[in-house]
Ligand binder design. Structure first.
Ligand SMILES: N[C@@H](CCC(=O)N[C@@H](CS)C(=O)NCC(=O)O)C(=O)O
Length: 342
């Protein structure tokens, strides 16, 4: 993508004026990140499988791994990253105001967020959709049985409009109760103050594990919306947007090419031209981002390919055990498709 360093302004904030940076130096965000020595990553308040701190404060999850992959690409060190927990409501202003370098927080790409909030989404880490959870004792087995229900959810999310659309289209009555924090909404649901809790289906899997008796709850089969979740950056720094975008693409391409954290040394000797370009054995794709040419080697060795991060965080190798579904590679009938590195 072409870079043009016109002066930029966002939300009445810093106005940067950079002309003709040295080739390979990268844009302002990369330069600031390199100068401070770490990536500042906006994550959730805690959502298992996506971004969740353990008792010692170590973060894990698929969104966290995107941040770690960036740190690996830039610094060759997955620990060169700091996490800022953000509620759903405060995440976009936090990014716009420069509190974080990127948002990697189960955030749905929507036109309004992309266009009106002056953000850029850099790809889809997880194709999701909104669902409902109910208590089995309610006897409800389909979302179509929810007429008259009280629905709990979280403010500042895509969920409220999806619910409104769902009930409106069916001509059903409902009452929504929205909380600032997920924990409050889930508590209200558990205490019976609402009949159902609604959010991204992946989130429902994570939340069910935290309920006192997970088996007493049913995730309804209907998916009522498209929730393509992905990282977001501020508009105006094309180089940073490219780095975040190609970090994800490198992980997806690595899976497609059969390159993983366990065979990376062998793969460095591969004669396959696509693998050689991905791993920087040929070409200078890393330098074109302002990084070193082994940027993708650092990602794959230290974090893994897309399949590895899906599996250990949300898939078969995790407590959530979510099927790959739409998140399979395109060659296996899914939607995960990364443009080529060439
Ligand atoms: N993908 C939706 C929902 C995102 C969202 O905030 N989900 C809640 C429920 S899964 C969440 O992340 N809660 C954890 C938290 O607030 O830290 C959006 O972008 O609006």
């Amino acid at each position: 993508m072409t870079r043009h360093w016109n002066s930029l302004a966002f939300a009445g904030f810093a106005v940067l004026s950079l002309t003709s940076p040295a080739i390979g130096a990268g844009g302002p965000t990369l330069q600031q990140v390199k100068a401070k020595g770490f990536v500042q990553c906006g994550v959730s308040d805690g959502l298992q499988g996506f971004s969740n701190p353990d008792d010692a404060g170590n973060w894990s999850g698929i969104d966290v791994d995107v941040c770690r992959a960036l740190a690996a690409a830039i610094f060759g060190d997955t620990n060169a990253v700091r996490f800022t927990p953000m509620t759903a409501k405060e995440r976009f202003t936090g990014l716009q105001h420069g509190e974080v370098d990127l948002l990697s927080r189960n955030t749905t790409i929507t036109m309004q967020r992309d266009v009106a909030l002056n953000l850029e989404f850099t790809g889809v880490t997880y194709y999701d959709g909104q669902g409902f959870i109910v208590k089995k004792e309610s006897g409800v087995t389909s979302a179509n049985d929810l007429g008259g229900a009280t629905v709990c959810t979280q403010t500042g999310t895509t969920t409220e409009l999806n619910v409104a659309d769902f009930f409106r289209v069916r001509g059903l009555e409902y009452k929504i109760v929205a909380f600032d924090k997920e924990a409050q909404a889930v508590e209200a649901y558990e205490q019976g103050r609402c009949d159902t809790y609604t959010t991204d289906q992946s989130g429902l899997f994570a939340i069910r594990l935290k309920l006192a008796n997970p088996d007493a709850h049913l995730i309804l089969p209907e998916i009522i919306s498209k929730e393509p979740l992905g990282p977001a950056v501020r508009q105006g720094d094309d180089n940073w947007e490219d780095i975040v975008r190609w970090t994800l693409y490198a992980m997806v391409n690595a899976e497609e090419l059969g390159v993983s954290s366990s065979n990376i040394d062998e793969m460095l000797k591969s004669e396959n031209p696509e693998i050689r370009r991905l791993l920087g054995v040929e070409g200078s794709f890393g330098e074109s981002l302002g990084l070193s040419n082994d940027w993708a080697v650092n990602i794959i060795r230290r974090v893994g390919n897309y399949g590895e991060i899906f599996d250990r965080n949300v898939g078969a190798g995790s407590p959530l055990k979510i099927e790959r579904g739409y998140n399979k590679l395109w060659k296996e009938g899914g939607l995960q498709y990364a443009p080529p590195i060439r």
